[in-house]
Design a protein around this ligand. Structure first.
Ligand code: ATP
Length: 467
């Protein structure tokens, strides 16, 4: 097979593919959509599930020192006072007076003036923007409001009557569930410092400038671990988690050459962090954060201890010592990782088929752990003797893996469809199969074909999928 690689994909290309093939649809589509909300279709939900399962398996099941929890989205309002989200979880916002477009001021400075701006005060941002006399990217006018702070938490009320009910927030991060359950976990399980608590769950952020498809959404799913340690261990533990995150990316097939590590400057660190490092990915719109690793010190446990009045110290029996653990936090978003994996796997190729005929194909070279379908079973014709045999194979394979059955259109078009949705193997059932009880297995990436006895197919795919 000859392959001629094309340049990387554009975001428009990905958005179109995502909708066309049923990965991701605009939210509330039949009502014209609700800005910046997205729904995951039949293929998207499979990838999402695969990402979460891979993460849980890698960081919880395959380790002896991490346990999981699944906390609620609504927490006591005092949690957010203690965590600092009520006083600190703000983004700087600026509006165009003419067309009323709204921007995150620091992003505007970074993207239009090409300088780092995260963590600057509203005054500094206002000055920079005034000095640059920047035109509004939408209407071209130069009439801006002052930069103001905007709290990112979504609010709602507990109880039937809004006025008398308690104001509560949808959690903006999953981490706080872990801190408020830390004592429960230490008292009800055998964990000993150092240990981690993992959680996957929804978080909500009223982002000012969402966009770039699902890169920044209002409703996101986070995969987070709070890893509890002695303060003296923080540097080596930080390095351990930095490496573990990269190894996880290898494990799910993300290429290292579009990944880099970026250290946060002191003035951009969050209020709780002493050191933060981002894994950045080279998106079509630039190098941006994919995931983060933060040393949160004992900030959160200390705050919750003070605000709740509950002793959150840890007693180390072996050393007869009591202390408040420090915390290292690896965190990543499911949607952002999903986008990254699709971009990373996307290829447009000019290839020649087995008969030497050239054609163009789009192929998602997703790792089998991530691919929505692991195999597609394709009878060469719709004749009942072939489709019956193919369905038998499907039923057998479905004991192990997610399989699609497709008997419509020409075989070439069916291969191309499976390439485009990232299916690692196509299993073709032809008339010879009726005699030799074997099928053709086609490899998505090399496009090589191999004849495999049906009796060995399940094991063959199992070995090659390397789950
Ligand atoms: P950013 O600087 O991009 O706003 P952040 O530093 O606030 O992100 P964290 O609070 O560290 O992000 O969140 C952890 C992870 O959750 C991020 O690395 C990212 O993968 C994901 N994430 C955060 N906000 C969003 C969002 N609005 N949409 C999608 N994913 C998000």
């Amino acid at each position: 097979m000859d392959v001629d690689q094309k340049p990387p994909v554009t975001m428009d290309g990905i958005v179109a593919l995502a909708k066309r093939r049923g990965f991701i649809y605009p939210g509330s589509d039949i009502y014209g959509g609700l800005a910046n909300t997205w729904d995951f279709g039949p293929l998207g939900v499979e990838i999402k599930q695969n990402i979460k399962n891979a993460w849980w398996r890698y960081f919880v099941h395959q380790r002896a020192d991490v346990v999981g929890i699944d906390g609620g989205i609504l927490l006591h309002p005092k949690v957010w006072e203690a965590s600092g989200h009520i006083s600190e979880f703000f983004d700087p916002m600026i509006d165009c007076r003419n067309c009323r477009s709204r921007y995150r001021a620091d992003t505007l400075v970074e993207e239009k003036l090409d300088r780092k701006a995260e963590g600057l005060s509203t005054r500094e941002l206002t000055e920079i923007l005034q000095e640059a006399n920047l035109a509004c990217p939408v209407c071209g006018e130069r009439s801006w409001t002052e930069v103001r702070q905007f709290n990112l938490m979504f609010q709602t009320h507990l109880g039937p009557i809004e006025e008398s009910g308690t104001k509560v927030f949808l959690r903006p991060e999953t981490a706080q569930n872990i801190f408020v359950n830390y004592k429960n976990v230490t008292q009800t399980t055998r964990v000993k410092v150092p240990f981690g608590i993992a959680q996957i769950g929804k978080a909500f952020r009223n982002e000012i400038t969402p966009g770039n498809f699902i890169f920044r959404v209002l409703e996101l799913e986070q995969m987070e671990i709070e890893y509890f340690i002695r303060d003296s261990e923080w540097e080596s533990t930080f390095q351990h988690w930095l490496d573990a995150m990269a190894e996880f990316y290898d494990w799910i097939g993300l290429r290292r050459d579009r990944l880099r590590v970026r250290e946060h400057e002191t003035d951009e660190l969050s209020h709780y962090s002493k050191r933060t490092v981002d894994y950045e990915y080279q998106f079509p719109f630039g190098w941006k954060e994919l995931s983060g690793l933060a040393y949160r010190t004992d900030f959160d446990l200390r705050q919750h201890q003070e605000h709740s009045g509950v002793d959150l110290t840890y007693y180390d029996q072996a050393n007869e010592e009591r202390f408040l653990p420090h915390v290292i936090e690896p965190t990543m978003g499911v949607e952002r990782l999903l986008l990254t994996l699709i971009l990373d796997a996307y290829n447009e190729e000019s290839v020649t088929d087995v008969n030497g005929k050239p054609y163009e194909r789009t192929v998602l070279k997703l790792h089998p752990r991530i691919a929505p379908y692991k195999a597609a079973v394709l009878p060469l014709s719709k004749k009942p003797e072939l489709s019956g045999k193919a369905m038998e194979i499907v039923r057998d394979l479905r004991q192990d893996i997610v399989v699609e059955y497709d008997e419509t259109q020409s075989i070439g078009r069916r291969y191309r469809r499976q390439d485009e949705i990232g299916t690692p193997f196509c299993v073709t059932v032809d008339f010879e199969s009726l005699d030799d009880n074997a099928v053709t297995v086609r490899d998505r990436d090399s496009m090589e074909q191999e004849r495999i006895p049906i009796a060995e197919l399940r094991q063959h795919l199992h070995d090659r999928l390397n789950q």
